[in-house]
Unconditional design. Structure first.
Length: 311
């Protein structure tokens, strides 16, 4: 990275609703069962409830505590979400107020790739003078889901993940980034004002694997690494079969992939940070490791980044 200032993640945290909705619970109202959902998605249960601002505040507070930072030390809140509390104002402002942060606040909407987009933007702000930023990925997809429609309702969950990222002299942890979009494919995954989430599952599956593989491969190459130097893969948790197919095409063993979709379902912008924090809390991600985060989302968007953990 051609910059005099980089960033290092110093704190992290998550928040998920208390309510657990299992596959067996869904089978009581839908024509489905646990075996059918598990085989096709890898999901066993998901968390449902709360608000985007409420979950974002909780995850942000945990990240600040982990970093040992006060709210008044944060220059800006960057919230990745597709499910804001309101159309106006941005939900980042509500989170900022709830945490007592005095810096800036803005939302990023890139669907399921939102957290990686936001993390990329955060590094740009650090490069031009910001000192500390709070980056949050949070979605409450249950609020835009038709629970009588099987193809979507079996997939979605609610949650939030947050990180504190601080400026350092030199390149920091970010080795490379790759973001992209193809707006002609926006019809594959959408939700109109006042409507419900729609997705063309078969077509998304076909295109998602390709764009994830292309984006991840470019990011790894731009980091000056080979794929076998990637120690950990933190993918968007959309479908276990997509993760498995992407790993096969990238030449990465599934053992290197962090998988939390069985517990949380597809949480959109929260998906990657939930998996990242799980890897940190379980000791799978440690200083000196190269971690690849990659995903796809509505837009259609895609995004990948490679971090050398710890800088």
């Amino acid at each position: 990275m051609k910059t005099q200032r980089g960033g290092v993640i110093t704190g992290w945290g998550i928040a998920v609703p208390d309510k657990i909705l299992t596959n067996d619970d869904l089978s009581k109202t839908l024509d489905t069962n646990d075996a059918w959902i598990t085989e096709r998605t890898g999901i066993k249960e998901r968390r449902i409830g709360g608000t985007t601002s409420g979950l974002g505040i909780e995850a942000g507070r945990a990240a600040l505590a982990k970093a040992g930072r006060r709210p008044d030390e944060i220059d800006a809140v960057i919230l990745a979400t597709t499910t804001p509390d309101q159309i106006v104002p941005g939900t980042a402002a509500t989170i900022q107020d709830g945490l007592g942060i005095t810096g800036g606040a803005f939302d990023v909407n890139a669907a399921c790739t939102g957290f990686v987009y936001a993390l990329t933007v955060a590094h740009g702000l650090l490069a031009i003078g910001a000192e500390r930023l709070l980056v949050i990925g949070c979605d409450t997809l249950s609020n835009i889901t038709d629970w009588n429609e099987r193809s979507v309702s079996i997939l979605v969950g609610d949650g939030a993940g947050a990180v504190v990222i601080e400026a350092v002299d030199g390149p920091g942890q970010l080795l490379s980034w790759n973001i992209g979009a193809d707006g002609s494919l926006r019809h594959l995954l959408k939700c109109d004002h006042g409507g419900f989430l729609y997705m063309d599952g078969k077509e998304i599956f076909r295109k998602a694997v390709r764009v994830v593989v292309d984006s991840a491969s470019q990011a790894v190459a731009e980091a000056g690494l080979t794929m076998d130097q990637v120690d950990l893969l933190v993918p968007h948790q959309a479908n276990l079969r997509i993760i498995d197919a992407a790993c096969q095409r990238l030449g990465l063993p599934m053992e290197k992939a962090v998988v939390v979709i069985d517990r949380y379902g597809n949480t959109s912008s929260a998906s990657i940070p939930l998996a990242l924090v799980d890897a940190l809390d379980t000791g799978r991600l440690t200083p000196g490791m190269n971690v690849l985060m990659t995903g796809f989302g509505g837009g259609m968007t895609w995004a990948s980044t490679v971090l050398h953990w710890g800088g």
